[in-house]
Design a protein around this ligand. Structure first.
Ligand SMILES: Nc1ncnc2c1ncn2[C@@H]1O[C@H](COP(=O)(O)OP(=O)(O)O)[C@@H](O)[C@H]1O
Ligand SMILES: [Mg+2]
Length: 267
């Protein structure tokens, strides 16, 4: 039997961004997807569910806040943001066991007054452990985007992520392949991490392939600098890929019952 879902009143669509393992660029995809949806005219929140390694504070240039003065969620670049990093100093390691982590994730998701949102994007912690499972079961997820890299080793982990969502009956909106290629000065593409893995996985499990994000130093520079690339350099080729991803996610939602009222936005 599926456990009871806790409702999130006022939020139309809850989209989880997940990956089988860390370091594939999941948080970067989540932040840029949330901003891309906002740039397409949506009201968007971003919840950083990574308790041990929150990255929303860095990517949005924010730190721990005095909660008696600053109401949570914080607002930046038009998004509503929630992260463990606003509550606990990112340099202080959080040493908690599973149940407490699940509790903290629940508090970050269900306690803040999110208000009316078209989308809440959840940056899930890497892996398929307790925290991921609890959240996938208790949150009213509309769907999940799985981030992978082109190499076969990443695909093994991504498949585990896909299986977890299948188990808890959350639809996979699609697979996105990050760090797909490097564009060389002569315009040719170099594939240092392998080629075509994401598309292959999408075909294998019968879900849409949402696209490729190239490797580009500007992506990490913008992320580390507190302003994700899609906002800082909207005309950059990588930003166009993120905007396209946002459009695809919007279109997927239009096909679903609660998404009927959302306008179709042209790029
Ligand atoms: N397409 C990309 N090109 C270059 N660097 C990237 C790209 N995507 C992510 N990164 C960088 O890789 C590192 C890991 O990304 P992150 O989003 O934190 O991964 P995860 O959340 O999966 O652990 C970060 O420093 C980030 O800036
Ligand atoms: Mg992360």
């Amino acid at each position: 039997m599926q456990p009871q879902k806790t409702p999130l009143p006022g939020i139309k669509h809850v989209v989880a961004v997940a990956s089988g393992k860390g370091g594939v660029g999941k948080s970067t995809v989540a932040a840029n997807l949330a901003l891309a949806l906002h740039m397409h005219g949506q009201r968007v929140g971003l919840m950083d569910a990574d308790i041990y390694g929150p990255s929303v504070p860095t990517m949005f240039g924010l730190g721990v806040v005095d909660q008696t003065r600053t109401p949570l969620p914080l607002e930046k670049y038009g998004l509503k943001l929630m992260s463990m990093g606003f509550v606990v100093d990112a340099n202080q390691p959080v040493i908690w066991r599973g149940p407490k982590v699940a509790q903290a994730v629940g508090a970050l998701l269900f306690q803040p007054p999110w208000g009316e949102l078209d989308f809440l994007v959840i940056d899930l912690p890497p892996g398929t452990g307790d925290a991921q499972l609890t959240l996938s079961q208790s949150a009213p997820l509309t769907g999940a985007v799985v981030v992978t890299q082109p190499a076969e080793v990443s695909l093994i982990d991504a498949r585990k992520g896909v299986r977890m969502f299948e188990e808890v009956k959350v639809p996979i909106l699609g697979i996105i392949e990050n760090m797909s290629y490097l564009t060389m000065p002569d315009g040719s593409k170099l594939h240092p991490l392998g080629k075509g893995g994401g598309a292959k996985l999408a075909t294998e499990i019968g879900v849409p392939f949402l696209g490729e994000i190239p490797i580009d130093p500007a992506v990490s520079q913008c992320g580390d600098g507190g302003e994700p690339i899609v906002r800082k350099m909207p005309d950059h080729p990588v930003s166009k890929a993120y905007l396209q991803l946002g459009q695809t996610v919007l279109n997927e939602m239009l096909k679903r019952p609660s998404g009927g009222a959302l306008p179709e936005v042209e790029l």
